[in-house]
Design a binder for this molecule. Sequence first.
Ligand SMILES: [Ca+2]
Ligand SMILES: [Ca+2]
Ligand SMILES: [Ca+2]
Length: 238
Amino acid sequence: MDRQERSTRTRAHDSPLGALDVGFEHRSRTSGFTLVEVVIVAALAMVVMGSVVAVMNSSMRACQVGSTSAHLEALANRTLDHIAERLQASSRAAITPSLAAPFSSRQIDFQRATSFAGGVVTWSATERITFQYRPGEIDDGIDNGGNGIVDDGQVVWIQSLGLPGQTSSVLADGVTEYLEGETLNNLDDNRNGLIDEAGLCFTVDASSVVVHLTLAARSAGGILVTKTVEKRVYFRNP
Ligand SMILES: [Ca+2]
Ligand SMILES: [Ca+2]
Ligand SMILES: [Ca+2]
């Protein structure tokens, strides 16, 4: 053992903190992070956080779409129930137009049987259920109303049609110009047996009328949601 080595060992042994000093120097060299390691860890953390945020955003969008879809379905079914209630009280002979598939109409005029006495049916004044463009919206392929839906309309129920006491009620907003999956091209794009049918349409056969309805709305996140329903209504009166 030479003199220098003995001197080093002697200093380490002699100092009360000698052993601690050596251990500290060893850990300092092995337990610290290099800049590259820090950058990698930060990048991984950002990737993980980004994935978490993406999953949360996706879940939120799905929740918003689900909420809008449920609202549309409820409104569409409620509207069809309302229409069915009116048309059931009518008769095949008291409605116009009466187009059979593959043709359909956007509106239907009818009278309801209001009473039956002595073999005589009393009929109401003429009523109409029809598609009308929303106020401010016109048929031009542009979203004039700014609600995110192009050329959309309403289901409107008119009573006492053409009489001084005529009244109108909006049964539903967000009616699409054409039924879901349909475009104006003289073809049955959505393969439901009807050609170029409107977002609200009626087809009539010998004893019933089938009502189709597509409603649309934007979710809170701006996603377009549509809901399509149909209902066959049988006339109570011959
Ligand atoms: Ca328009
Ligand atoms: Ca069709
Ligand atoms: Ca078509």
